[in-house]
Design a protein around this ligand. Structure first.
Ligand SMILES: Cc1cc2nc3c(=O)[nH]c(=O)nc-3n(C[C@H](O)[C@H](O)[C@H](O)COP(=O)(O)O)c2cc1C
Length: 264
């Protein structure tokens, strides 16, 4: 196993940070990065002696549908895979099970799974939620996971433990066709950073101002995080309410949970 594929969908960068740390721990001579945040994976079949590290955020206890679609052109050939979900300190519910099932259905063989904590996409100065996670301790645990995966892959006959979550997965209503964010025209500099940050390209420059098409907004907050002028603002009351509720109710820091094969 000399080659690692780091694969992630990560609008605000926390899933990417965790996947990268796991890859550092695996520490193989060559690595490919496949960032699915703004594009679908090109069709590819991975070799059996490669390793895939796959990371996605938790949205409403499940995987984002866009992330699933972007991962689907990839096929394993009993290729070992580590499945990682990153959640905002509230709950990951069925998301890890869903990612493991997705990897298995696409021909990968699980050699590790984990749920890590990332700063909540809705976190703000006023309503902080899991601020600055993953922190250095989280990233050290992610590297440690990578080292253990590398050691354990040499051992035959191990099998993955049962994972939290249940099938059928939790029902989530279809994505709402409404934009979560808007632009403060007084502070927008027209740089267009939000148009390239958006995973679904639902923001377009019209003249010197960005306009958002509501139908493809994922509420992911990539535009808010990446605006250099802090001109993107959340306009959906539901999100303000959720941020307020979560910053009050989710103060106790959760710890990463790691699942590795055992037995043999
Ligand atoms: C639409 C949406 C739904 C979310 N649902 C959950 C959730 O059910 N549980 C949770 O703990 N965090 C939830 N989060 C927070 C993200 O899982 C968390 O911020 C994650 O670190 C984002 O990953 P990224 O930085 O790779 O984009 C949600 C975020 C968004 C945007």
């Amino acid at each position: 196993m000399n080659h690692t594929h780091s694969i992630f969908f990560s609008p605000t960068g926390t899933s990417r940070a965790v996947v990268r740390a796991v890859a550092r721990g695996v520490n193989r001579p060559s690595e490919t990065t496949l960032d699915l945040t703004r594009q679908e994976a090109p069709p590819a079949r991975f070799d059996a002696d490669h390793l895939a590290i796959v990371g996605m955020p938790v949205y409403r206890g499940r995987l984002p549908r866009t992330a699933i679609g972007r991962f689907q052109p990839l096929e394993g050939n009993r290729t070992p895979a580590v499945a990682i979900v990153v959640y905002g300190n509230w709950a990951y519910e069925d998301a890890l099970l869903e990612l493991c099932d997705l990897c298995t259905a696409q021909g990968f063989r699980l050699v590790g799974a984990a749920a890590f904590i990332g700063q909540h996409s809705f976190s703000s100065l006023k309503h902080p939620i899991a601020e600055n996670r993953p922190n250095p301790q989280d990233l050290e645990q992610a590297e440690q996971l990578g080292r253990r995966v590398r050691e354990q892959m040499e051992q035959p006959g191990l099998s993955m433990p049962e994972l939290p979550g249940s099938r059928p997965y939790k029902e989530v209503p279809p994505d709402p066709f409404v934009s979560a964010t808007d632009v403060d025209t007084a502070s927008c500099t027209g740089c267009g950073r939000c148009t390239t940050a958006c995973p679904t390209r639902c923001i377009e420059m019209v003249g010197s101002l960005p306009q958002t098409a509501p139908d493809r907004c994922l509420w992911c907050m990539a535009c808010v995080r990446q605006c250099p002028a802090s001109a993107r603002r959340i306009v959906l009351p539901k999100i303000h309410e959720a941020a307020q509720r979560l910053s009050t109710n989710c103060k106790i820091p959760q710890e990463p949970e790691i699942f590795l094969p055992s037995g043999g």
